[in-house]
Design a protein around this ligand. Structure first.
Ligand code: HEM
Length: 90
C-alpha cells in the first residue's frame, strides 16, 4: 500500500489514513471485479499529469482546461450493473 499512496509524515500525517485504506480496499475489490473493466476511450481514459519538484505531480482535466492536486482523468468504463452488497459491511 505504501508504494502507491502517501498520507504524509510527522505531526500532520493524515488523520483519516487508516479509514481511507479500508475504504479504498473495499472499493477496489468491487471495481476490480466489474465486467469488462476498461479505460474510457480517448483523452478521458488517459492519466494527464505534469511533473512537479520532489516527485509530485499536478493532474489535468481531460480537456486540459485546468489542473488539480488529484487525478482528474483516467476514467473507466464497464458493462452491466454494480453488484449489490451481499453481506453487511463490518
Ligand atoms: C486517499 C485518501 C487520502 C489521502 C491520499 C490523504 C492524504 C493526506 C496527506 C498527504 C495529508 C498530510 C498533509 C500535510 O502534510 O499537510 C493529510 C492530512 C489530513 N487528512 Fe488525509 N488523506 C486521505 C483521506 C482522508 C480522509 C478520508 C480523512 C478524514 C476522514 C482525512 C483527514 C485528514 C486530516 C484531518 C488531515 C490533517 C491532519 C493534520 O494536519 O494534523 N484524510 N491527508
Amino acid at each position: 500500500m505504501e508504494s502507491y499512496i502517501h498520507y504524509g509524515v510527522g505531526p500532520h500525517t493524515c488523520l483519516g489514513g487508516e479509514a481511507s485504506k479500508v475504504a479504498l480496499t473495499a472499493m477496489l475489490r468491487v471495481v476490480g471485479r466489474l465486467d469488462n473493466l476498461r479505460r474510457a476511450p480517448g483523452p478521458q481514459g488517459e492519466l494527464k499529469k505534469i511533473p512537479r519538484p520532489h516527485g509530485f505531480y499536478s493532474y489535468m482535466r481531460e480537456d486540459d482546461t485546468s489542473f488539480f492536486a488529484f487525478p482528474m482523468s483516467w476514467k473507466v468504463h464497464y458493462d452491466g450493473e454494480i453488484p449489490q452488497c451481499s453481506q453487511p459491511v463490518s
